[in-house]
Design a protein. Structure first.
Lengths: 462, 225
């Protein structure tokens, strides 16, 4: 599985880093905002203080000295930040460089912000400013305005610092998140790969532990401990089953042998001879079922792969046809083998693969009525060979398809004489041993299609 | 009289094996543990051995391996209470000639011993087999009955050859399936019955005495007439 960027962003470490990065950026913005606000307020206070001091000084002066003081102030105002004017009761300018009283300035002797700037005699001065209007003892109005260009400039510098600084936080954060998420993602993938065989029943496998002692190691360790315990318990259960099976084999052998002796020693005309024969028949049926159950149990034990080799599927299918075509012919069933001339070999036990295919074909012939057809159709899927055994018999109801592979299951429509109900259970066990897939669907008409897919099944829940 | 050694620790099973083989005209000796069994098998001149897989003192698998190492080529039928999927492979790899899993029927056990005895008795390669008026040319793969060539498919020829080689002996369907097709599981009654039925139609001309007889509950036997 390749690492897709979209997947990387979904990792916990990426998410945590992104959340942390966003919070950090937010915190930085708030911090800079507070600095900016405090700085602006501090500088505004200084401006306000200066204006207040100036108006206090100006209000103590008579008209002549006021005119001189205003001129002197103008002379010292090299940066041209100060506007001032003395207006008569009708609002007419008597002295100063303000053309009119700023309309937004309350005439209350307090400093106010003038966002629209002021109209000077020399023209409109658009710069935001702080102003104060105070009545002189003569009844005239003194207006002093000082623009806030310095305060605004400082504010702008701080905001610019934030604008340039944020990408410096966010971009390395994103790159860091991307890089940091790769490691955990890879480990999760390794764990995912290790889990697949466990899900298929191989409880000997364990999850990889990196040795870093982090959360993933902790979780893997817990799961591994659970697996050890499950394997031990399964082993105990299996051991008990094996012992029961082993302990039953010898007494059953004795039973069968002694029945055989009894039969030999009973004259054919004895009234008990028929009873003995029936008893032997029942005993043989019991032994067949016992053997089949043990066989399923052995096949389900994943360790048993001593006979694994390369299996030539075409040759195996031809062999199946050779053995089962006469059976189909006797029932007047058309048997067709549709296979490419070359099919890649699969890894497996040739005898067991043959047994699985035989069981499928045997079942298809068994349940297909005379004049019907049974087709064995092989295709090459991208994952490997796929063998479909298709018939036009009564089929398997959708609700029964999961259950037919269970031991002793027979579909409700099937007569009792059709076997022990273990054929598909054996097939399922062989399929599981090989890590192949088995699918049951609809065949021709209302018939059944049982497909053997020679590749590991994909877990639908994944 | 062919001599058979039975190495089996379970007294009742051993008694029944000995009784069945004796009934079929074989001289049977019994050893109830692996060590004694090995010594007798090595030193005695037996024609076949039935060997339990799990034995006290010396395991059956080790026993057969040591026998082969000692140059003893007596055919061995391994009888096992262990599982049969991998154990069969192990047993045959160790040097066993045939493998039977418990529980088994005495008929099948005895039939397998007889197959081993016949195989052992064939010192030189046969080129022609004859039973009554049936002839099998093993080189030309031609079968004739009463001098008339029979049209047999290769599988049918192999099936007939196997039955002819075991003439007079009952063979089970599992044995037929193993010998003719080489697979080790019970294919069920129908498959073998159908193949035998087709063979019968080809070899038994109308009016001619039937050669292959079904033994109910056991298998089939080709009778010399």
């Amino acid at each position: 599985m390749s690492l897709k960027p979209a997947d990387l962003w979904r990792t916990n470490s990426s998410r945590l880093l992104l959340i942390f990065g966003a919070l950090f950026a937010l915190w930085c913005a708030a911090l800079i905002g507070v600095i900016q606000w405090n700085t602006t307020r501090y500088l505004s206070n200084i401006v306000d203080l200066k204006l207040d001091n100036l108006q206090r000084y100006f209000t103590t002066l008579d008209r002549e000295r006021l005119r001189e003081a205003i001129k002197a102030t103008e002379a010292f105002d090299l940066r041209d930040v100060l506007s001032h004017g003395v207006f008569d009761r009708n609002g007419k300018l008597l002295m100063g460089n303000l053309a009119s009283i700023p309309p937004e300035l309350p005439l209350d002797g307090a400093v106010h912000l003038l966002t629209d700037g002021v109209q000077r005699t020399s023209g409109y001065h658009a710069q935001r400013a702080r102003g104060i209007a105070v009545y002189l003892t003569s009844g005239e109005l003194l207006v002093l305005v000082r623009d806030t260009s310095v305060i605004d400039a400082v504010g702008a510098i701080i905001w610019r610092a934030m604008l340039f600084g944020l990408p410096l936080i966010v971009v390395p954060g994103l790159i860091g998140a991307l890089l940091l998420s790769r490691g955990p993602r890879r480990r999760v993938q390794a764990i995912e790969a290790a889990v697949q065989p466990i899900m298929r029943g191989d409880l000997r496998r364990r999850l990889p532990v990196s040795g870093h002692g982090d959360e993933l190691d902790l979780l893997a360790g817990i799961v591994n401990t659970m697996l050890v315990e499950i394997e031990r318990l399964m082993g105990e259960v299996k051991g008990v089953c094996d012992n029961i099976a082993h302990d039953l084999r010898t007494p059953l052998t004795r039973l069968r042998a002694q029945l055989h002796r009894l039969q030999l020693e009973t004259p054919a005309d004895d009234t008990r001879a028929a009873l003995i024969e029936r008893t032997i028949g029942d005993a043989d049926a019991l032994l067949d079922r016992f053997r089949a159950l043990l066989r399923i149990s052995e096949l389900e034990d994943m360790h048993r792969r001593a006979g694994f080799a390369e299996v030539d599927l075409v040759a195996t299918l031809k062999h199946v046809r050779e053995i089962y075509a006469p059976l189909a012919e006797d029932k007047q069933i058309e048997f067709a083998l549709e296979t490419p001339t070359k099919v890649p070999a699969v890894r497996g036990d040739p005898h067991l693969v043959f047994e699985a295919l035989s069981n499928l074909v045997d079942n298809a012939i068994k349940f297909t009525p005379p004049q019907g057809t049974v087709r064995v159709h092989t295709t090459l899927d991208a994952n490997g060979p796929r063998i479909d055994v298709i018939d036009n018999g009564p089929g398997i109801r959708a609700c029964d398809r999961g259950a037919v592979v269970q031991r002793f299951y027979r579909g409700g429509t099937q007569p009792a004489e059709h076997g022990q109900g273990l054929g598909l259970a054996i097939v399922a066990a062989i399929v599981k041993l090989h890590s192949f897939g088995l699918e049951i669907g609809e065949g021709d008409g209302a018939g059944a299609k049982v497909s053997l897919m020679c590749w590991p099944p994909v877990d639908k829940a994944a | 009289m062919p001599r058979v050694l039975t190495i089996e620790d379970d007294t009742v099973t051993a008694r029944e094996i000995v009784a069945e083989l004796t009934r079929r005209g074989l001289a049977v000796d019994w050893a109830d543990n692996g060590r004694v069994g090995f010594e007798r098998a090595r030193d005695g001149d037996y024609d076949a051995i039935t060997l339990d897989r799990m034995l006290p003192e010396l395991d059956g698998l080790v026993l057969v391996t040591r026998l082969r190492e000692a140059g003893v080529q007596t055919p061995v039928l391994m009888i096992s209470a262990l599982s049969d999927v991998d154990e069969r492979v192990r047993g045959l790899r160790a040097g066993g000639d045939d493998y039977l899993t418990k529980p088994f029927s005495p008929d099948e056990m005895a039939a397998r011993v007889e197959v081993l005895l016949r195989r052992h008795a064939r010192t030189e390669r046969d080129t022609m087999l004859r039973v009554a008026d049936l002839e099998l040319d093993l080189i030309g793969r031609i079968a004739r009955r009463g001098g008339v060539a029979l049209e047999l498919l290769p599988t049918e020829f192999r099936l007939l050859e196997f039955l002819v080689r075991q003439v007079g002996q009952v063979v089970t369907r599992t044995m037929i399936f193993e010998a003719v097709w080489g697979y080790h599981f019970d294919p069920g009654t129908n498959v073998i019955e159908v193949h035998i039925g087709r063979l019968r139609k080809k070899i038994d001309a109308p009016g001619a005495a039937p050669l292959i007889r079904t033994v109910r509950g056991s298998g089939y036997v080709l009778e010399a007439g």
